[in-house]
Design a protein around this ligand. Structure first.
Ligand code: DGJ
Length: 714
């Protein structure tokens, strides 16, 4: 029975197909399948050949036949000659896959969220692929991922398995972000895609980013602005090696994103499911501002932890003390911290290791016992001393790493990721533990539990200060070495998930030697991320602007430090526009500077519900002009906060806020004005939203490295 229908299907297939030029065409067959949000939809249809086709994003529905170029999730080896989404070697060695449409199911997961699963199968093999989507109507966000399973006689090898392979028309502009340590996201590049393949990728293994970020923006029909243009932003939820390809073959442009196929062939046994990372897409027909606000709304609900809870003001000691501290030096910061209004203290690197004390970055990683000389009675008394000053207490950890100078390495030299017969290559004097090994998983979990169970700890910074350069596992079989890239990240997520569940009241900061891990793969287990070790506020203005395309400001840690030696009022104002923290030795700060910080913290507490939970409007792009400006508007539009950051000398032109209620009246008040500066010309005036948005406000800053933070209250 099965054989007969297969033969019939083949005859039908030949009859239905015709070849024109270099493109096979086929007639449409199934009804239109739509993955729809409020303002965007993805239209798919099976052809008479059984394959699934997509109407390219941004193009009108085509009349007539479907073209092979427009296949939705194309597979290698059976006619598709461009960049495939899926490339498989079947158990019998066949290198071709042909996926035909089998059926679909759609479920309303909530009033706003629709789940869609489209089932595809290969008629020649018991090999199935499910294309999965979760569409968030109001936010215009579509999460997309793919599940692959089979019942072949042996493992099949997945050589490429993209999470998404969306097809677009021509005239597409790509904005992507390049950088390096201390320069993360600082170089946005917008370019028109041209024939050929543009690749953004990383091969770092334990983080997605150091150079090229897995979040990007596609603008349809020309460049977009903050307030105009059709844009689709994408962000791959994966903290390992990734690849995003933009393949323009002349007949359209395909955006393929997923785990990097580089060296990552995956042998999938029968009966198991391979689930790709999620791709997050967000659409706007009204430019970049609307796009970000919708993505921020989604992120508060689904992309990070406790997205509707404001964050406390944090004091960190890394920039202030580095490795040079003991109990008394740290405890001595608590009273001044409390006096200026901070709410959490975060103890950074350097608190552990005994046989190999962590007094610099050469030793101690892996030995997670408090250093007895620095902290004779461990961490608990420090947390208790913080609590006495009404401060919460947080701790730094880097559970995935080991220094060769450590007890752990002496006991388990085989636990590290390394290549046999090669000299160990250290980065920052350290190695990565092989998280695919069950004993390492158990060790890291135990270390995390021990640290976070110390009474009084309610915050942790999870760091990762190197990437893979010698990707060999002593645990994985010789013919499974290529699994390391994927199995590491999967095990990491399991560890992060367990941590978040076991310690639901402990806030977590995601950090990776600066901003190496800023992605929606890890972030759902965390409350915030560390964007960069570079805290020079003049660079943080453009950097935070770029991160804000994809991530809500409540998740972007921004600390006041002495980097760049900028005026403290400017540094405080920049930190106030994101998730405010400080990294200063308060005991060395002159009284005037302490007052500026205290003023900023008091002001920040007054407005943080607006900046963290409200809507962001990016007003003046600091990459383009002498100034950066933003405003945040509360959900009910009764309050707003305007930030102006003067980077270079320039005319004191008005800043025009957006997003206000034109009919409401707002009273203008500058928060924490810089000492000695003339008051705002409009201080105390009450003006309608309409007039404010039309005429703007002249901020008090007029010289380089000055800032102005203005509250609009009604
Ligand atoms: C890198 C981080 O980005 C810094 O903030 C700090 O925590 C150091 N690691 C500590 O080693």
């Amino acid at each position: 029975m099965k054989k007969i229908s297969l033969r019939l299907a083949c005859l039908f297939l030949v009859a239905a197909m015709s070849v024109r030029g270099d493109q096979t065409e086929t007639a449409p067959r199934s009804p239109l399948i739509t993955i729809a949000t409020s303002h965007w939809s993805l239209s798919l249809r099976a052809g008479a050949d059984g394959r699934l086709y997509q109407q390219p994003v941004g193009t009108p529905p085509a009349a007539g036949n479907l073209k092979r170029n427009d296949e939705f999730y194309p597979q290698a080896g059976d006619g598709y000659v461009w960049e495939p989404a899926l490339q498989v070697v079947h158990a019998d060695g066949n290198t071709s896959t042909a996926l035909l449409y089998e059926g679909l199911s759609q479920t309303n997961e909530s009033a706003d969220v629709t789940g869609t699963r489209i089932r595809l199968h290969d008629p020649a093999y018991p090999f199935n692929v499910t294309l999965c989507f979760r569409a968030h109507a109001a936010e215009d966000v579509v999460e997309q991922w793919v599940e692959i399973r089979h019942q072949e006689s042996r493992a099949v090898t997945l050589q490429r398995m993209a999470s998404t392979a969306l097809l677009f028309g021509n005239n597409l502009y790509l904005t992507h972000f390049f950088g390096d340590w201390a320069k993360e996201m600082l170089s946005p590049i917008t370019e028109k895609l041209t024939p050929g393949t543009k690749v953004l990728d990383s091969k770092l293994g334990v983080r997605a980013d150091q150079f090229s970020n897995p979040s990007f923006i596609l603008s349809l029909n020309g460049r977009s602005t903050e307030t105009s243009g059709q844009v689709l932003a994408g962000s791959l939820a994966w903290s390992g090696s990734y690849q995003c390809e933009f393949d323009d073959n002349g007949g359209g442009i395909r955006a393929l994103c997923g785990v990097n196929p580089f060296a990552s062939a995956y042998h999938l046994p029968p009966g198991q499911v391979f689930t790709t990372p999620r791709m997050i897409w967000v659409w706007s027909g009204q430019g970049l501002g609307d796009m970000s606000r919708k993505l921020h709304h989604w992120a508060r609900d689904f992309g990070l932890r406790d997205g509707h809870k404001t964050r406390d003001v944090l004091l960190n000691n890394w920039e202030a003390t580095g490795f040079d501290f003991d109990f008394n030096r740290i405890a001595g910061l608590f009273a001044p911290a409390r006096a200026i209004g901070t709410e959490i203290f975060l103890l950074d690197d350097g608190w552990f290791g005994n046989a190999h004390p962590r007094v610099n970055d050469h030793a101690g990683l892996g030995d997670w016992q408090p250093n007895r000389q620095r902290l004779p009675d461990g961490l608990a008394p420090l947390a208790a001393a913080a609590a006495k000053e009404d401060l919460r207490f947080g701790i730094w950890m880097e559970p995935e790493m080991v220094n060769p100078a450590s007890d752990l390495f002496a006991q388990h030299p085989d636990w590290v990721i390394r290549q046999p017969k090669r000299d160990l290559e250290l980065q920052r004097n350290q190695l990565v533990l092989d998280l695919t090994r069950p004993a390492v998983q158990a060790f890291e979990w135990q270390s995390i539990k021990n640290i976070l169970s110390v009474p009084g700890i309610s915050f942790a910074k999870w760091d990762c200060n190197r990437y893979l350069t010698q990707p060999g596992s002593g645990w994985l079989a010789t013919d499974r070495q290529s699994h390391l890239w994927i199995d590491y990240v999967t095990a990491l997520y399991a560890l992060m998930d367990k941590t978040a569940k076991k310690f639901p009241d402990t806030e977590l900061m995601l950090c990776s030697g600066g901003g190496g891990r800023v992605d929606y793969g890890a972030l759902p287990h965390f409350h915030e991320f560390w964007p960069s070790d570079n805290t020079d506020p003049t660079l943080r203005v453009p950097m935070q602007w770029d991160y804000s395309y994809f991530f809500p400001c409540m998740a972007i840690s921004s600390h006041v430090t002495h980097w760049g030696n900028r005026p403290l009022h400017f540094a405080c104002s920049v930190a106030m526009s994101a998730r405010f923290g400080m990294d200063l030795d308060l005991n060395k700060l002159p009284a005037t500077d302490r007052d500026i910080c205290a003023g900023a913290i008091a002001a920040y507490k007054q407005i943080r519900d607006v900046t963290q939970l409200g809507d962001l409007y990016r007003l003046e792009n600091p990459h383009d002009t002498y100034r950066g400006a933003l405003d945040f508007v509360s959900p009910d539009r009764s309050r707003a906060v305007v930030f102006a950051f003067q980077l270079q000398a320039g005319a004191p032109l008005p800043v025009r806020p957006q997003g206000l209620d034109p009919l409401k009246h707002y009273t203008i008040h500058e928060l924490n004005p810089a000492p000695g500066r003339a008051a705002l010309p409009d201080e105390g005036r009450t003006v309608s939203g309409e007039v404010l948005m039309r005429d703007g406000l002249v901020p008090s800053c007029a010289n380089a490295v000055e800032a102005s933070v203005i509250e609009l209250g009604s």
